[in-house]
Design a protein around this ligand. Structure first.
Ligand code: AMP
Length: 212
């Protein structure tokens, strides 16, 4: 049994690397929540809050939301009851500035880096369909099986705005430019563990579980 209270994990990988899926698996394995900053941003937009209105344009365009807003949303989320024994963060830090800021309050125990080629990332993301209401994701080829109905909730399976080809390209360029330096940053601190994301989901999971 893993030592539950010890895990404050950060998941890093380009969109399409499978980090969302690995986050869901790790959440069950370690019994701690996966917290996605993208999801926190989308929730504000869906609720129509003032913050949501101010960040809608950035998220729609695949651009980074201002640091102060993402940091405030994440700090608030990790104060919640279910995160007191640990958490898995997906989507943060995206820049070295965010990583530096996080040193004072996030205290990660490990940074899990999932690597894949740009081509595989684009292929996977163009084929991705997501539920409009829950976190369910599948591929376009499976949407034929379910129609456009989510199999888990009353939501509909759609192509997310930021999974359109123009937005994908922008997000991947942004990943190379601003997030790869974050990987370098964590390599220097000795916290980074790298995994080959082109392997199958269970294999990647087993390799991650092995280092925890
Ligand atoms: P994701 O679901 O992680 O791909 O995030 C979706 C969108 O949320 C991103 O394209 C950004 O607009 C915003 N976002 C998520 N995390 C961050 C972050 N750490 N810094 C800035 N913007 C973020």
């Amino acid at each position: 049994m893993p030592d539950i209270g010890e895990h404050r994990l950060i998941l890093i990988g380009p969109q399409g690397s499978g980090k969302g899926t690995q986050g869901e698996l790790l959440q069950v394995y370690l019994q701690i929540p996966t917290i996605s900053t993208g999801q926190l941003c989308r929730a504000e937009i869906e609720k129509g809050t003032d913050i949501g209105k101010s960040i809608e344009g950035f998220v729609h365009d695949g651009a980074l939301v201002p640091d102060a807003i993402v940091i405030a949303l994440l700090k608030e989320r990790i104060r919640e009851y279910d995160a007191q024994e640990g958490f898995i963060i997906d989507g943060f830090p995206r820049t070295v500035e965010q990583a530096r800021d996080a040193e004072g309050w996030l205290h990660p125990t490990k940074v899990i880096v999932i690597e894949i080629s740009k081509k595989l990332a684009i292929d996977r993301m163009s084929a991705r369909r997501a539920c409009s209401q829950c976190r369910y994701k599948t591929t376009a080829s499976n949407v034929g099986l379910h129609g456009s109905q989510c199999p888990r909730c009353p939501g509909k399976l759609i192509q997310r705005d930021d999974d359109r080809p123009e937005a994908i390209q922008k997000r991947l360029d942004m990943y190379s430019a601003v997030t790869e330096p974050v990987v370098e940053y964590y390599k220097q601190t000795g916290l980074a563990e790298r995994f080959n994301g082109s392997l199958s989901i269970p294999l990647v999971f087993m390799e991650i579980a092995h280092v925890l």
